[in-house]
Design a binder for this molecule. Sequence first.
Ligand code: GDP
Length: 300
Amino acid sequence: LVRLRSRLSRSQNALGQGLLTLLSREHLDEDTWEEVEDTLLTADVGVQPTQELVESLRERVKVLGTRTPQELRALLREELLKLVGTDVDRAVRTEPEGRTPGIVMVVGVNGTGKTTTTGKLARVLVADGRTVVLGAADTFRAAAADQLQTWGERVGAHTVRGPEAGDPASVAFDAVKEGKEMGVDVVLIDTAGRLHTKTGLMDELGKVKRVVEKHAPVDEVLLVLDATTGQNGLVQARVFAEVVDISGIVLTKLDGTAKGGIVVAVQRELGVPVKLVGLGEGADDLAPFEPEAFVDALIG
Ligand code: GDP
């Protein structure tokens, strides 16, 4: 796995550096605090968390009096960590007690990096010595099954696919069935995500989950969000959360944006932790989300 910090630092530290520069000003007047607020909002931290952070920073800076750069950095680090959350279980649940395979559904709007993430996750699991079956339940996008199968061949995982435009739920069902028969450790199911037909999507994802659960409960539902889409991503998140119980978030394309604040905003929105982050298009560019490494990348 790539080191989160080294891959993030280039794109991310605009936010942290910006905040540190502002907080280092000799006089922290109202205008400065407004700039702090704007910096956070521009980075997609979200309105409520921004207000909380600014309030907390104002209080603590006042108590501190004179501020050395080291003190400011430590203070900001602490406050950002609090906002991101350190006492959360961010492990992807792939090992249910007493049975195999673990079942993971990957959901999200097309183009967010769903199929790529499914492939990368398979690679991480295989590298970890686990056996994996991939279910190509995105039967709507013609190339999706091919793309997933290519990943499967690359990482050494069998791919189960159905006829083009076939029933996604039956592909998902068959994937778990084959996974059981083969005795693999984990089944990863890639799903379709066309948001313009919300009712269709609701029906379909709900059905995929119900049908899979004829075998066993789904252990993890990962929602893939593109970090570069900002508020739009939050709207998507809300729609998906209405359809299925999301248990973890994957934020992709964090390598391509300085708006890392979306981590905070989306966790707040869904009450679900960010578990993985996508840091590039390559096979190794998926990393567990580590709050400390993330915040360190922010403040440089
Ligand atoms: P899907 O339609 O949601 O299954 O999306 P894909 O998996 O096909 O990905 C869409 C595009 O995003 C592809 O070109 C991927 O290579 C790219 N992509 C996926 N994840 C990342 C990431 O973390 N960083 C970057 N830079 N690109 C990514």
